[in-house]
Design a protein around this ligand. Structure first.
Ligand code: GCU
Length: 667
């Protein structure tokens, strides 16, 4: 039977190894649960379905364990365990496997962990696992619109069927909930940050309630992205000024109304005064005024306010790199404790490689959440194979040095560096209505990797890739290794043929697909390409060390030292901070120009290697998936050439240097 990818990594196909199945069967004969909470019910259901599929025999469901050889689900709210609410323990005791947590959600996460053990061929003897999330709010941000489209979605239309809700519940909502719960994702904002006020109408609240009801048993809270102008557009008020008493009242009432539909409502996500969206600055107020007003409305409830820091000016002489920092820095310490400021991983906009956002580490009094983009707006969309765990980790593992060596971005985000009780990692979702959810079969791995890292950012990219491959594509060890290698090599390869050496923002206007380094005019100066690469007869790159922009000074002295000296700056970040002469010799021994050409050419060559590596796993993966990926790799090869030739020919007009031998110029 052909695999259409719709089951994601929760396939539960019969394990081929009979001996292994027999061993697993001995310790999974029954499932006993001490609770009939809806979350425990779905945990039991999942174990039943998973074990039946993987082992060919469903476990017997019992209330209490009277013998050994089974699985015990134990919700222990008063347990002396030091694990947090949604952490879990998975251990062997008296011949049984116990999954224990203070919360029902924790037990569900433990059940998925146990299934992952079977899916990845791990032993079930002498289990002694303690697992707890490093980040409290692990969230997907959907950029889905009421009309069924998805902003920057590359896998069909929206998975939310707004016209059918609340009457028809698409079964995919349940698969979605299971997939997220299997990773520990516990929150989702269901609509675009470029938000329509519609989502706050009674009509839509009924629909959102229906979704929230489906997701609740899986431990997932629903958030709504709100349009700041809603008091005017929906409430008929003359203003949306956050300091206006009528406006405040409107939000208080609206928040109460939402809770009548969704008592455990997660909260609001807000994009304000950014790219034309309304916000408090329209009334001479600050981001903090806006966020704190919503926090006040949320005061009687458990929910929070997530306020995005993605803001920038259209100043041709400015540096977009500094804008978020500049607008928010004076507000550090003013935000309500219920507010999390959500910051993109880098200072520009989800470029294939960015230095970490300088806000991380510079806002000790504000809870900063991380926003990654899972959907691949600038990373090959649904045609280039690009596994993102290494990119997410590169950012999280970078040292900010703000509290001495080891204060990584991850330690800022998990709240530990500055003792913040809340913490958030959000990922812009890549789901759509495509049969396989994400377009490119490998894009599923980025949803998976995001979730796994939000739970535990210390997991390695390799471990995550291997797990996903075994759960999704094949169990054959040699092919698992080859596919893991393909995945680990894929992001550096993509960067080589698109944005080598720290270049950025040279994509096609509007659609953001393919190269357009020559883009000189756009609706705003900071949407062009020349604003970023600054190519001229002397060299290439944006000098942020002081002459053009002093953005580097936003970082701690140690980071400034690392990136501030063009001779020593790691080449992957070089042109983010320096305008380097074409003829300047780099640490590789090549001149900038030769190195640039070399990387573009090498990137293309490496796509060929991805293709042959994929060819070599043909016999071990499902035929349909094999052909699907093969076809997309052909597109990737063609487009890698497109990027290479466009960029090399364009920059050659400035360098006036020949393409170095033995590279062959395009004809
Ligand atoms: C990018 C993207 C937009 C999106 C914006 C955001 O600029 O192209 O589509 O709305 O980011 O994050 O708000």
């Amino acid at each position: 039977f052909a695999d259409d990818g719709s089951r994601l990594w929760l396939k539960y196909d019969l394990l081929a190894d009979v001996q292994q199945r027999d061993t697993y069967l001995k310790s999974t004969q029954f499932v006993a649960a001490n609770s009939s909470h809806p979350t425990i019910k779905v945990a039991v259901q999942e174990l039943e379905m998973g074990l039946k599929g993987l082992l060919g025999k469903a476990p017997v469901l019992v209330q209490t364990a009277t013998k050994s050889g089974g699985i015990i689900l134990n919700v222990a709210p008063n347990s002396p365990s030091t694990l947090p609410q949604d952490g879990f323990e998975l251990f062997s005791e008296k011949g049984n496997i116990v999954i224990s947590s203070k919360s029902e959600a924790g037990v569900l996460y433990g059940a998925f962990e146990l299934l992952r053990y079977l899916q990845t061929g791990k032993s079930l003897t002498n289990l002694s696992v303690k697992s707890s999330p490093k980040i409290k709010l692990r969230m997907l941000n959907h950029w889905d619109n009421a009309n069924g489209t998805v902003e920057r979605g590359y896998a069909g239309s929206s998975m939310w069927k707004w016209t059918e809700l609340p009457f028809r519940i698409d079964p995919r909502y349940i698969t979605y909930a299971r997939a997220n719960a299997s990773l520990g994702i516990n929150a989702t904002s269901i609509n675009n940050v470029n938000a329509s006020s519609r989502f706050l109408t009674e009509e839509y609240l009924e629909k959102i309630k229906a979704v929230a009801d489906v997701l609740r048993p899986y431990g997932i809270k629903v958030f709504i992205s709100v349009n700041f102008r809603s008091p005017r557009t929906l409430g008929g008020l003359k203003t949306s000024d956050p300091l206006d008493p009528e406006v405040r009242k409107w939000w208080n009432e609206k928040t109460k109304e939402i809770h009548r539909y969704i008592p455990d409502f997660g909260g609001y996500l807000v994009k304000a005064n950014s790219e034309g969206e309304p916000g408090p600055q329209d009334y001479g107020r600050t981001h903090a005024d806006g966020a704190n007003m919503l926090a006040e409305a949320m005061r009687p409830f458990s929910g929070i306010v997530i306020w995005r820091a993605f803001v920038y000016n259209a100043d041709p002489k400015g540096d977009r790199f500094k804008e978020g920092y500049a607008q928010f820095k004076p507000l550090d310490g003013i935000f309500d404790p219920k507010v999390i400021v959500q910051v993109k991983n880098g200072p520009i906009d989800f470029m294939p490689r960015e230095p970490f956002h300088p806000m991380f580490g510079a806002f000790p009094k504000t809870t900063l959440g991380m926003e990654f983009q899972i959907t691949q707006e600038y990373l090959g969309q649904s045609t280039h194979l690009t596994y993102l765990a290494p990119m997410f980790k590169e950012c999280l593992d970078t040292d900010t040095y703000v509290k001495g060596k080891g204060t990584t971005v991850a330690k800022i985000v998990d709240g530990s560096a500055e003792n913040h009780p809340l913490s958030l990692m959000a990922g812009v979702a890549n789901t759509g209505s495509d049969a396989n959810w994400c377009g490119h079969p490998f894009n599923q791995s980025n949803w998976y990797a995001f979730g796994r890292l939000a739970w535990d950012y210390t997991l390695s990219s390799e471990q995550i890739a291997t797990e996903w491959t075994r759960m999704t594509l094949t169990q054959k060890p040699q092919s698992v290794q080859k596919i893991t290698d393909i995945m680990l090599n894929s992001h550096p390869i993509y960067v080589s043929y698109t944005y080598p050496l720290g270049t950025s923002h040279m994509m096609g206007e509007g659609h953001h697909y393919g190269p357009e380094p020559w883009l000189t005019k756009a609706a705003r100066p900071d949407w062009t390409s020349i604003y970023y690469h600054r190519a001229d007869s002397i060299g290439l790159g944006f000098d942020r060390t002081g002459k053009v922009s002093n953005a580097l000074q936003l970082y701690s002295p140690e980071v400034q030292q690392l990136w501030g000296n063009a001779e020593k700056c790691p080449l992957d970040y070089l042109l983010w901070f320096h305008h380097v002469p074409w003829t300047q010799k780099l640490s590789t021994g090549r001149s900038l120009w030769d190195e640039l050409c070399h990387r573009y050419y090498d990137g293309v060559g490496q796509v060929g290697k991805l293709q042959s590596a994929w060819e070599s796993v043909k016999s071990d993966v499902d035929k349909e998936t094999f052909e699907d990926v093969k076809g997309r790799l052909k597109i990737q090869e063609k487009e890698a050439l497109w990027w290479r030739d466009a960029c090399v020919l364009y920059f050659g007009e400035f360098s006036k240097l020949p393409i170095p031998k033995p590279l062959v110029p395009p004809t």
